[in-house]
Design a protein. Structure first.
Length: 304
């Protein structure tokens, strides 16, 4: 008898598993609800287009948003949207069957972007960038056609941190992936309700719920090597120094502009001495970062 069967037959183990699964669901609802509240992502009367790729994260996003919709003091609508890009071997029947059973309004957009990407990108080169741009434009159009004023994406906390490090290490800029931002065409509001959720929690939730996962490598393109490196680095940090990744994520919401180097963000050129003590002033010989900090006024990115 395998371990799973033993767990099912053992009442105590089954009860423990059910308890842990319930705690996971509550944690996801709490974190998603907190992110929505902190960034005012969803308002009364909104129609939210949930982009469903068939991966664990977007399934979890749709599931939790449906739960919160039933509990929320406001009214908002949800429509699930999948873009079938006509990759070879894509199981086109999986999502319609799942969404029909779930009873959620949905739309499947059929666009052969796969052929375009294959024609434009040389063999062996990464196709993800062009594929993403094509997909984004199509989803903007679909949002307009469906009357959706919010576009919800399934990026979680780890995606946000990975993007931050990619931009810093390879793009030479301090730039992340915000929880809420107007789209680059200026017409749509993009939200990421999973912003506070760890990837390990969406992985576990997908197992618990038995989502019909569709692999993301159908087009044959390999995951971006640089992102793989960042993901491995973060895992190593968390293994050797538990809590470090969480601290870095918290730092994204606590920025001290006067202690960076961006001349547009802080008025260094006009800075004058006034003889008044200022806790934000330079210490000349800085304390160790791990020492007890002096309370300072900071800018929360959630309020910008």
């Amino acid at each position: 008898m395998n371990a799973v069967a033993e767990d099912i037959l053992d009442p105590k183990k089954a009860e423990k598993i059910a308890l842990e699964n319930n705690k996971l669901h509550k944690r996801l609802c709490r974190l998603v609800g907190q992110a929505i509240g902190d960034f005012n992502m969803i308002e009364d009367g909104d129609k939210v287009m949930v982009c469903l790729s068939g991966g664990k994260d977007s399934y979890a996003l749709l599931d939790i948003l449906m739960t919160l919709r039933e509990r929320a003091p406001i009214r908002f609508d949800i429509v699930a949207v999948n873009l079938d890009q006509k990759q070879p071997n894509f199981p086109a029947d999986v999502l319609p069957a799942y969404l029909t059973k779930l009873g959620v309004p949905f739309h499947i957009e059929n666009q052969d972007t796969y052929s375009i990407v294959k024609r434009v990108i040389p063999e062996g080169k990464t196709t993800c960038s062009l594929c993403s741009r094509l997909r984004r434009g199509i989803l903007y159009r679909v949002a307009d056609e469906l009357g959706c004023n919010k576009i919800a994406l399934g990026h979680h906390r780890d995606d946000i941190l990975e993007t931050f490090f990619l931009n810093m290490f390879f793009g030479a800029k301090i730039k992340g992936m915000p929880a809420k931002l107007v789209s680059d065409d200026g017409k749509h509001m993009v939200i990421r309700p999973l912003a506070y959720v760890k990837e390990e929690d969406t992985e576990r939730y997908a197992e618990v719920k038995g989502f019909p996962i569709i692999p993301c490598d159908l087009c044959g393109s390999q995951e971006n090597l640089q992102r793989k490196q960042i993901k491995a680095l973060m895992r190593e940090w968390e293994k050797k120094h538990p809590g470090r990744v969480e601290n870095i994520f918290s730092a994204l919401s606590t920025v001290v502009p006067s202690h960076l180097m961006d001349r547009d963000l802080f008025g260094f050129t006009d800075l004058k001495t006034d003889g008044v003590a200022n806790p934000l002033g330079d210490i000349a010989f800085d304390e160790e970062p791990c020492s007890t900090p002096t309370p300072v006024n900071t800018i929360s990115l959630q309020r910008l």
